[in-house]
Design a protein around this ligand. Structure first.
Ligand code: SF4
Length: 572
């Protein structure tokens, strides 16, 4: 007996008065009974069209193609009359807006059991009892059966919708924003009800939501939709921990539920569903190749249980450290600064390296930037060995900004000389071009580009201004990787906040990867996507920063604090 739901190449195109709009380009998945899949994406990504297509509820004037197999039997190719027999019985949907779904002039109980009576599954007396028991199954008391919708709170109405959806004991349940309008407590209760009903009834479940934390709590698999395309698909925990598609990463970074302590950054630009050729995300992506404007990528497996639709196989791995070890000899003593460190930094990502003084953070920064050689191990930039290609001396390479803005910039040089120096040394552009780029970099860092300012000596600048000039000097080379070694530790708190926001804003526009070295856990929490904790040259903790630093993260199955206490980063 087939116990699976199979969605095969579902596609929806709406016909408006003026044009045809593709809402869903291609979506396929397989779901077993008792299991759940989550669908996430911005408004207009095709989530609701997918649900309506599966239910067979797309109006005939629009176009829908593809098939849905319900436990081995084709459903969408059935005539409407036959589909109706399955709707609500085999497959049901909980819609998101209770006020649009509930009939304001009919008592709740009657609405709940209407279909059961219609289909002669029970008579009206039995239906009354059934309504009460359905209401109890979703945590209500039963008296609500006699009430009208307006007499119930939003949370109660939402539960009524859930009771309605499970009334005919479906084997496949679709939930569209099941906790959309609920407060924290009601949301938690709703999640618990859904989980216990699924356990009891063993239905397969598809959950649509913009709340990624909810998807983390309710589902085992996730599909990320963008512009009507599935751009990433995989195990929910793993995708939330380390998204691979640039859009998924951007979406999760904008989720306040996942990262309550982090500064939120939306994805720059607007979604463009009208893209005919190329990747649907190409107008917002910061790592496109020419192929991205010509061909639409298909959803391909990039690792076990992970599929991504991207010509670059997802986020590009720009900087990798493999087995990095380094010792310093001080007198007769050998100090281990790095001990077999592995790290991986992807395009547009912020990896915070956190650890107490002497843990090896700055040595790691210098080794990764190519300024110190490791005793063992290799550094790769865009797949090439750093030893053989000095990427710190070229455009679109690796740039390092150091902690002390006073010693990093020669006080005998003017702002213009300091910022244009790397261009000059590397013989990039003529004088006019260099000046244009210097001015541009200064404006990016919110510094003046007037002649008077360009000719100021760096010795006349404040600490915050100097650090921004140091950043402009690095960014004038358009680096793919910026290594920032404790860059805010010598700044006052207000200047520190301004510099960090500026840097993150530039990163989200330009897409450079940021390796952020700090001893301050709170700074790491604010800006990092991924995290490495170093102690005595060893990596003792690594992974998604939100998970490691947030105890109630959906993927946090154990306390993350132990290793941080061990490293002296937080008090035990
Ligand atoms: S790299 Fe290309 S294919 Fe991948 S998401 Fe960006 S634009 Fe799309």
């Amino acid at each position: 007996m087939d116990r699976t739901i199979n969605a095969i190449d579902l596609r929806v195109q709406y016909q408006t008065e003026k044009e045809k709009v593709v809402a869903l380009r291609k979506a396929s998945f397989t779901l077993r009974e008792g299991k759940s899949i989550g669908i996430v994406g911005e408004s207009g990504s095709g989530k609701t069209s997918l649900a309506l297509a599966m239910m067979g509820l797309i109006h005939r004037k629009h176009t829908r193609s593809g098939e849905l197999k319900l436990f081995g039997e084709p459903y969408l190719s059935l005539p409407e009359k036959e589909q109706k027999k399955h709707r609500w019985n085999t497959m049901a949907m909980m819609f998101q807006n209770s006020m649009n779904v509930l009939n304001p002039v009919m008592p709740i109980g009657k609405q709940l059991t209407e279909r059961l009576v219609e289909r002669k599954i029970m008579d009206s007396r039995q239906a009354e009892q059934e309504a009460e028991s359905l209401l109890k199954s979703v945590g209500l008391e039963g008296w609500e059966a006699k009430a009208f919708p307006h007499q119930l709170s939003g949370g109660m109405q939402q539960r009524v919708l859930l009771a309605m959806a499970v009334a005919c004991k479906p084997r496949f349940l679709i939930l569209d924003e099941p906790t959309g309008s609920l407060d924290g407590l009601a949301r938690a209760e709703m999640i618990q009800r859904i989980q216990s009903l699924q356990k009891q009834m063993n239905f397969a479940m598809l959950v649509i939501s913009h709340d990624i934390k909810l998807i983390g709590e309710l589902t085992q698999e996730i599909m990320v939709l963008y512009g009507g395309c599935v751009v990433e698909q995989g195990a929910t925990d793993a995708v939330i921990e380390k998204p691979m598609h640039p859009y998924s990463r951007g979406l999760f970074n904008a989720s306040v539920e996942l990262a309550p302590y982090k500064d939120l950054w939306g994805i720059p630009g607007e979604s463009n569903n009208g893209i005919e050729e190329g990747c649907v995300f190409n107008n917002r992506c910061t790592q496109p190749s020419s192929l991205c404007y010509r061909h639409m990528p298909s959803l391909e497996s990039v690792s076990i249980e992970r599929k991504v639709a991207c010509h670059q196989n997802g986020l590009i791995h720009v900087l990798k450290g493999e087995g990095l070890s380094k010792e310093y000899d001080i007198g007769k003593k050998s100090i281990v600064a790095l001990d077999k460190v592995y790290m991986n930094l992807r395009h547009g990502e912020t990896l915070a390296v956190i650890g107490p003084s002497g843990s090896g953070k700055s040595t790691l920064a210098k080794v990764l930037g190519g300024f110190t050689e490791a005793d063992e191990g290799d550094v790769f930039f865009n797949g090439k060995k750093l030893k053989e290609h000095p990427f710190s001396c070229c455009e679109e390479g690796v740039q390092l900004v150091l902690q002390d803005p006073f010693s990093a910039l020669s006080h005998r040089m003017t702002v213009e000389e300091v910022v244009s120096e790397p261009l000059q040394i590397n013989k990039i552009g003529d004088q006019a071009e260099r000046k244009r780029r210097v001015k541009h970099a200064l404006r990016d860092l919110q510094l003046s580009d007037e002649e008077k300012w360009l000719h100021r000596y760096t010795s006349s600048l404040s600490g915050g201004q100097r650090q921004r000039v140091a950043l402009a000097r690095a960014l004038v080379m358009n680096p793919k990787v910026l290594i920032a070694d404790e860059i805010t530790s010598m700044l006052d708190v207000s200047t520190q906040a301004n510099v960090l926001r500026l840097l993150k804003g530039l990163q989200s526009q330009k897409g450079f990867a940021l390796l952020f070295i700090t001893h301050d856990l709170n700074l790491g929490r604010k800006i990092a996507d991924q995290l490495i904790v170093l102690d005595k040259g060893k990596v003792i903790e690594e992974g998604n920063a939100n998970r490691i630093l947030q105890i109630n993260h959906p993927n946090n199955h154990q306390s993350p604090c132990e290793n941080l206490i061990k490293a002296g980063l937080i008090n035990g």
